[in-house]
Design a protein around this ligand. Structure first.
Ligand SMILES: *Cc1c(COP(=O)(O)O)cnc(C)c1O
Length: 513
């Protein structure tokens, strides 16, 4: 099935856009500069005779180039984005406005401490909220993302083991359903990783976990709510068993949005947990932009937290910058320049203060309610992977597509034509042909109903048969159709090579000019 083509390659008002280097008109410029004064040349034959390769363009062409590129980015601001395990929710503009206040936005990391008392107080306020919400003793604020927070937690665990003569513990247990960052972090930290299976319910198999516990185990990493969108009910039992075995309990708290305001993590026996401020606490993400993964710590791990640390001194604040001193006597050191992602802290504090504890509690409740609405209504045509109710996300497997020749991927691609960013596909790995949907609390019932209508239509169309070709041709309306995503990930082309080597001859062209 093909779409009619146009002479220009454009589709309606959706315009094709070449690389900026391909739009080069040598000599064209968006600014008029005065002629360069005559200087005595001292470079001799060291002087480059080639153009430096900046494309020559007029101002309107530059504006159009970047505007068109920005319009190719699908975002939470343009539509529904139910990507599971990502918490793609609306971030109130108020928090953006706060982060842009000049006093926050223009603060410089090398300013004397006496001039950044407000900034340090803000970091301390953010930390106080996170400690209050989780009931944990301390929080390391500097990790710059969820995975970075995991590293921080495991570094604290490693330091604690070494300090206690337990440095021989070299293995970290991670459930099969874990986010890929968990085993990656453990490996980066020098640990061997052992997988623990899930039970038929989609939760950690506690009996299997117990069998794995032995004196070589340093820690267990468990995501809660887990990546199947389910609450790990046996956390306290797991924590007790892990502690009895002399190991630490790391909790991946990236899915904190589902439980914030409802549960104190400390009560589950957790030793360390990162919180993705960019998921739960209102920072736009998804394009690889700045995030923050503060890591809350139990009293046993708190002494090993990284520097810098904000410390309260009398009525003001100071910053402990050096491991081995003051509050950082046993700190394992520094993992990032400065205090972390300050702008993300501003947004988080603004969000938490605007919501209040009761508002945060309401948000997690609404996030769970929305996911269960999807689970209930989509469950009429699709097959839920696990028995509900779920937490913040609903996961379906591909049993409903059995015998149809239509795959999870085909459904996802057809959703693009319906104007929806596809849910997470084929993850968690423990669910066959998974579609993992996280609607979040900020979507209205109207938006969810529209999505459900599209989803149910596609499920029925697949099951009715005869639509295979149409599914395989999707997406029809996107700027690009089916891409070889594996090749794009494995062999990305990150360098522009001009098609004709001669055209590259900026030197040759310059010589002719
Ligand atoms: C998002 C996520 C992470 C990683 O967070 P980043 O900020 O992307 O590093 C880790 N674990 C889970 C369960 C997640 O959803």
């Amino acid at each position: 099935m093909t779409m009619p083509t146009t002479v220009s390659g454009n589709r309606g008002l959706q315009l094709e856009q070449n690389l900026i280097f391909e739009q080069d008109t040598p000599g064209m410029t968006a600014v008029d500069l005065p002629a360069a004064p005559k200087v005595i040349e001292r470079l001799g034959d060291m002087k480059s005779t080639r153009r430096i390769g900046l494309p020559g363009m007029s101002e309107p062409d530059v504006v159009r180039h970047y505007t068109r590129l920005s319009q190719k980015n699908y975002s939470i601001d343009s539509g529904f984005y139910p990507l599971g395990s990502c918490t793609m929710k609306h971030n109130p503009r108020l928090n953006e406005k706060m982060a842009r206040l000049p006093g926050f936005a223009d603060v410089h990391p090398f300013q004397p401490v006496s001039t950044i008392q407000g900034a340090l107080e803000l970091i301390d306020t953010c930390a106080a909220w996170l400690k209050e919400l989780t009931g944990m003793a301390a929080v390391a604020m500097s990790p710059a993302a969820g995975a970075h927070g995991e590293l921080c937690g495991l570094m604290c665990i490693k330091s604690a083991h070494e300090a206690n003569g337990q440095g021989h513990r070299k293995i970290v247990l991670v459930p099969e359903s874990a986010h890929g960052t968990n085993p990656a972090t453990a490996a980066l930290c020098g640990y061997a990783v052992e997988a623990i299976p899930a039970n038929a319910e989609g939760r950690v198999d506690v009996a299997a976990l117990r069998q794995h516990l032995r004196p070589e185990i340093a820690a267990v990493m468990i995501t809660n709510p887990n990546t199947c969108g389910l609450f790990e009910r046996d956390c306290i039992e797991i924590a007790d068993a892990v502690h009895e075995a002399g190991a630490y309990f790391y909790m991946d708290g990236a899915n904190y949005n589902a439980i914030v305001g409802r549960l104190r993590i400390a009560d589950l026996g957790v030793d360390a947990m990162h919180i993705n401020l960019h998921k739960t606490f209102s920072t736009p993400h998804g394009g690889g932009g700045p995030g923050a993964g503060p890591t809350v710590l139990s009293p046993k791990l708190a002494p090993f937290a990284p520097v810098p640390q904000v410390v309260k001194i009398g009525a003001g604040f100071d910053s402990e910058e050096h491991a081995g001193f003051g509050t950082a006597k046993q700190s394992y050191g520094r993992m990032k320049g400065y205090h972390g992602q300050f702008g993300v802290f501003v947004r988080a504090v603004s969000y938490m203060m605007a919501m209040g504890i009761d508002g945060l509690r309401q948000a997690s409740g609404d996030a769970v309610l929305n996911a269960n609405y999807l689970l209930a209504r989509l469950g009429t045509e699709m097959t839920a992977a696990f028995e509900g109710p779920c937490m913040h996300e609903a996961v379906f497997d591909d049993r409903f597509l059995k015998g149809t020749c239509v795959t999870t991927l085909d459904i996802a691609k057809a959703l693009i034509d319906e104007g929806v960013h596809p849910p997470t596909m084929y993850f968690p790995l423990v669910v066959h042909g998974a579609l993992l949907m996280e609607p979040t609390e900020t979507e209205s019932k109207q938006t969810l109903d529209k999505f459900i209508e599209s989803m149910l239509h596609l499920a029925r169309k697949a099951k009715a048969g005869g639509a295979e070709a149409a599914f395989k041709a999707a997406p029809m309306y996107s700027p690009r159709r089916r891409l070889d995503e594996t090749k794009a990930a494995r062999k990305p082309i990150l360098r522009w090579t001009p098609s004709e080597p001669e055209a590259n001859g900026n030197g040759a062209r310059q010589a002719a000019e």
